[in-house]
Design a protein around this ligand. Structure first.
Ligand SMILES: Nc1ncnc2c1ncn2[C@@H]1O[C@H](COP(=O)(O)OP(=O)(O)O)[C@@H](O)[C@H]1O
Ligand SMILES: [Mg+2]
Length: 317
């Protein structure tokens, strides 16, 4: 901390402050090259301004991943960048002798973790913590990691194991649309905001092939079913059902065509997450057959359906 005497910075501290300012000017003077700094530990001097300017320069150059020592900083591009997540690129990081020498990427983290399991005499669990504020890209990043492992950890040798691997891989990936349909909702900050936390465990055999997955969820924001902030929405699944049910299903599930529901605000906001078919397809792949799905979607109380009339003739879900 800089020492102040009667509100004035002492002589040597003032000099130090001056030299930091000069360094800062010099660093920011080379702004054209800022986006080339792929590790925030190379930023000098390390101040909030220099770190943010570096990330901003990289963002402007469509470079969304930056190392910060052994941590990876991911910026949300808020636009599709398909070439950044292609299977070819996954294979490139997987095959690289030293993936950490390639451009910073979530695949580097995925691959290093995978190798850490592989290289040890006794397999040791590895964990990746994905953190950030709402809308930062945590769910996206977790999905990317799952896709990455589904590709690199499912390298079967025989036709039979290929079938199995494909099934496991598909099932693991299909858990995402189901969890998101029932646990995500449109909020002010994120159209696809996870309203629960999750611990995803991917299980590998001794040959480092994926054999299964377990997902533990916690702290689901159940109150959202009955109470949503203005401009926010209920869980996606309700809108999916309302928008995607067939005429027969509407009849069976007590969903009259064109009905509006007090607990389903902002139904006019169409999100890409509103696709009922994707959820149903994913449930099918997870082994939830059509009759079971039907039971889930027509959830009702003992005598009266969940969908019932409100005082003003308005149905309430
Ligand atoms: N790497 C990315 N590439 C493209 N779009 C992204 C990326 N990361 C996030 N997004 C966009 O940002 C939105 C919010 O990200 P999400 O992962 O749901 O945030 P969080 O889980 O941290 O709240 C996503 O729905 C997606 O549209
Ligand atoms: Mg999320």
């Amino acid at each position: 901390m800089r020492q102040q005497v009667n509100g004035h910075i002492s002589g040597s501290d003032a000099q130090a402050g001056e030299s930091i300012r000069e360094e800062l000017q010099e660093f920011l003077g080379g702004e054209a090259l800022l986006h080339q700094l792929d590790d925030l530990t190379k930023v000098n001097p390390v101040t909030l301004e220099t770190v943010l300017r570096c990330l901003q320069a990289r963002y402007s150059a469509d470079t969304f991943y930056t190392n910060a020592g052994c941590t990876l900083v991911a910026l949300n591009p808020f636009k599709p960048v398909p070439q950044l997540y292609s299977t070819e690129l996954m294979q490139e990081y997987h095959a690289a002798p030293q993936p950490q020498k390639l451009k910073p990427h979530i695949f580097t983290v995925g691959e290093q973790t995978y190798r850490n399991v592989k290289s040890l005499m006794e397999p040791v669990n590895q964990s990746i913590v994905v953190s950030g504020e709402s809308g930062a890209g945590k769910t996206w990043t977790s999905r990317c990691l799952m896709k990455f492992y589904a590709v690199v950890a499912a390298s079967p040798t025989s036709w039979e194991s290929h079938e199995i691997a494909e099934r496991i891989e598909q099932r693991i990936l299909n858990s995402n649309p189901v969890m998101e349909a029932f646990g995500n909702a449109g909020t002010l900050r994120n159209n696809n905001s996870s309203r629960f936390g999750k611990f995803i465990q991917l299980q590998l055999n001794r040959a480092q092939q994926m054999t299964g997955a377990a997902v533990q969820t916690y702290l689901l924001e159940k109150t959202r079913v009955a109470c949503q902030a203005s401009s926010e929405r209920n869980f996606h699944i309700f809108y999916q059902i309302c928008k995607g049910a067939s005429a027969d299903e509407r009849l069976q599930w007590h969903l009259p065509e064109g009905a509006t529901f007090s607990w389903l605000p902002n139904p006019e906001r169409t999100l890409e997450e509103d696709c009922f078919e994707v959820t149903r397809e994913a449930m099918l792949h997870l082994g939830i057959d059509a009759p079971t799905q039907n039971n889930i979607f027509q959830v009702r109380g003992k005598a009266t359906p969940l969908t019932c009339g409100s005082g003003d003739g308005q149905p309430v879900l």
